[in-house]
Design a protein around this ligand. Structure first.
Ligand code: M6R
Length: 364
């Protein structure tokens, strides 16, 4: 039921503070301010040498963000590849080590094939899934559930942020198990997660501001999304969302890669979405932004108040609430979803059932 919303996608975007909150409640002992994995989903990360992550599409981008977290908070090296490539790479897999598969539906053929491949090599299988009765959930050794509820829109939105919330909790747990994070570190990270749903509500209030950009994007043939650090996978996700539902060609790039090629595309007809919270990476991304501006590119900057104060000329600056750098990927997911959604609505495409796409891809 869409309720008062025009599309399931709009409803699912709006539900994020609530379902991310539900997901976090499964992974956080609120009274203690610590991570507590759901009953039956406990896992000890202390003895691992490596972690393998694999998934497809949006779920893969959640995995890319998680790699930064596991490596930073738990000093755990992460191998990650899209599920349709993972097996063909023939990565040396260590029996007894952990593979985490991420899937909303739990039925994606490539992800399932990767699960079986890893299992056959003697790996332990963890599954971050939204459908608890799915094949991937059933075949995994340990299930890390997301609590997004049913996602109808083909373009994944709330499942993505719930995957990120789950992976964030797992990375903190790994950091504790591996004695990289102190109790104080853990408490700080956990409190930034607890605060997140409220910040997501604030981000949703930016909707009308973002909607005003739709006519500009609807006219574009190409759109670039740039980000550094954990904003890089969100740039990839922003480009995927726009492609899927508006059919506009879009690419996400690590901001530092701009001058290694894609800057050749930039002219006054190319909107460039820059994801840059005011964190230690901001200055570098801002200088990439200047390079875009110098070539007439239309910059839409997603940042916070401090970033806005340090930014030069832009077509639009969308000011998000200030957040810990750790949670910014979940927060910045909201405006990129809204931007794709309103561009598609403005163009009149079938937002919930985009052409050529299926909600769950069950062939390899
Ligand atoms: O159900 P899954 O999470 O395994 O699906 C993976 C991808 O097919 C999915 O994320 C796809 O990329 C979406 N259409 C993204 O919006």
């Amino acid at each position: 039921d869409k309720g008062s919303y025009r599309h399931f996608m709009a409803k699912e975007i709006a539900e994020q503070p609530e379902v991310v909150g539900h997901t976090l409640a499964r992974y956080i002992d609120m009274a203690a301010g610590r991570i507590r994995l759901p009953h039956g989903s406990d896992f000890d990360f202390s003895k691992l040498d490596r972690l393998a992550i694999s998934a497809c599409g949006t779920a893969y981008y959640a995995g890319l963000v998680a790699r930064y977290w596991f490596e930073k908070f738990a000093r755990l090296p992460v191998d990650i590849d899209i599920a349709s490539e993972f097996r063909y790479r023939e990565p040396p897999l260590v029996p007894g080590s952990l593979a985490i598969l991420i899937s909303q539906s739990g039925e994606t053929a490539d992800t399932l094939a990767t699960l079986r491949h890893c299992k056959a090599q003697g790996m332990k299988i963890g599954a971050v899934v939204n459908v608890p009765t799915s094949t991937i959930a059933r075949e995994a050794d340990v299930v890390f559930p997301t609590v997004a509820g049913v996602e109808v829109g083909v373009a994944s939105t709330k499942a993505f942020t719930c995957q990120l919330a789950t992976l964030a909790a797992l990375a903190i747990k790994a950091g504790r198990d591996r004695k990289v994070l102190s109790e104080t570190d853990e408490a700080k990270l956990v409190s930034s997660l607890i605060e997140l749903p409220r910040l997501m509500v604030e981000a949703l209030h930016l909707e009308s501001e973002i909607e005003r950009l739709a006519p500009v994007f609807a006219k574009a043939d190409d759109v670039l999304y740039l980000g550094r650090g954990t904003s890089f996978p969100i740039a990839l996700e922003g480009a995927l969302k726009l492609k899927e539902i508006s059919y506009i060609h879009a690419e996400g790039y690590a901001a530092g890669e701009l001058k290694h090629g894609p800057i050749a595309l930039v002219d006054e007809n190319v909107p460039v979405v820059v994801l840059a919270p005011f964190d230690p990476l901001f200055e570098k991304t801002a200088s990439n932004m200047q390079e875009v501006a110098a070539r007439g590119g239309k910059i839409v900057l997603l940042t916070d108040e401090e970033g806005a104060a340090h930014a030069g000329e832009t077509l639009a600056t969308i000011v998000l609430p200030k957040a810990f750098a750790f949670v910014s990927p979940l927060l910045y997911a909201v405006p990129i979803q809204l931007l794709a959604y309103h561009t598609a609505v403005f163009m009149g495409t079938d937002v919930d059932q985009p052409r050529n796409l299926a909600k769950s891809v069950t062939v390899e």
